[in-house]
Structures are given as C-alpha cells and as structure tokens.
Unconditional design. Structure first.
Length: 47
C-alpha cells in the first residue's frame, strides 16, 4: 500500500494519481480480507 501511496503523492498527472489511490484502496481491502481469513482459521470459534 505504501508504494502506491508514494506513487500517488509523486504523480503530477491527475489520472495517474486517481489510479494509484484506487490501488491503495484495493490493497487495503485485500489486506483486511486476508486478516479476517487468517483470524477465522487460526482462532476458530469453539461452541
């Protein structure tokens, strides 16, 4: 995410900036989903 954030900050072209910020949001979503999957697998609920 940091790489895309740095690229967005360095971009002078607005379309590129929007693209990189979209990639930041996408990566954040992927990271959140992977953390959820890991938590559910590593710490299953015991009934």
């Amino acid at each position: 995410m940091l790489m895309y954030r740095h690229l967005a900050d360095a971009s002078t072209d607005n379309d590129q900036k929007i693209l990189f910020l979209g990639l930041v949001a996408m990566e954040r979503s992927h990271k959140s989903r992977l953390e959820e999957i890991y938590t559910n697998m590593a710490f299953p609920k015991v009934w």
